[in-house]
Design a protein around this ligand. Structure first.
Ligand SMILES: C[S@@+](CC[C@H](N)C(=O)[O-])C[C@H]1O[C@@H](n2cnc3c(N)ncnc32)[C@H](O)[C@@H]1O
Length: 202
């Protein structure tokens, strides 16, 4: 895994080390992420590596409940303050996804800009429980930066190759020079047009 001292140094520099609150790149990435979700509403979403809760705030608008898991206590404090208005609909936990395991059912799993910090064994573990949740009915969405970053264990494209091996083909893909977003739908999930009667089932 990326040395945890990297995250300590990032959060020591301030409460928004990646510029989630002001960069257009980040706002656009969040907007694209929530736009590709195939269902209008989710019951209970899981977001891992949730940082200061900016994407979480966009997700809570689409789900009844949201559980966030984040390594760094400073980020968790900021996220809890940001998301306080949602009350008990949101739970933000300090947790390390190298060891943390889901204990509840989720119908949405969000893996945004976090998997490239993991080594092979931990990435295999997270993709394995994500596949189990997908097979049980969850939508899994993965988002990754595509440019090289020295602190990343692997590139965003390499993360998505691992996800394809574990989860199969994606239902939807957005890719540009900067980012890749993929949606791995639950078995039998139909397109939005088919679901709403605008097109016949294939
Ligand atoms: C680049 S931020 C992504 C934030 C958010 N998911 C987004 O896309 O806007 C990555 C976050 O993942 C967290 N993280 C890194 N490794 C982690 C781990 N093993 N378990 C939980 N969180 C982790 C970091 O502390 C950091 O806050």
């Amino acid at each position: 895994m990326t040395d945890p001292a990297y995250f300590d140094a990032m959060y020591a520099a301030g409460d928004d080390p990646w510029g989630f609150d002001h960069l257009w790149y980040e706002q656009r990435k969040r907007d694209l992420t929530v736009a590709v979700l195939p269902r209008r509403r989710y019951d209970h979403a899981l977001e891992v590596g949730s940082s200061t809760g900016v994407l979480s705030a966009a997700l809570i608008a689409r789900c009844e409940r949201l559980t966030c898991v984040e390594l760094h206590p400073r980020a968790v404090d900021v996220a809890r303050r940001r998301l306080a208005a949602a009350g008990d609909r949101v739970r933000v936990e300090v947790g390390d996804i190298r060891r943390w395991r889901p204990t509840e059912a989720h119908d949405l799993v969000v893996l945004s800009e976090v998997l490239y910090y993991l080594d092979d064994r931990d990435l295999a573990s997270v993709t394995s429980w994500s596949r189990t949740m997908r097979d049980a009915g969850a939508t899994v969405v993965a988002v990754d930066f595509r440019h090289p970053v020295p602190e990343h264990v692997r590139s965003g494209d390499e993360v998505h190759a691992v996800l394809h091996d574990a989860l199969g083909a994606s239902m939807a893909t957005y890719r540009d020079d900067d980012m890749v977003i993929e949606v791995f739908a639950a078995p039998g999930e139909q397109s939005v047009a088919v679901t709403e009667g605008l097109a016949p089932p294939p």
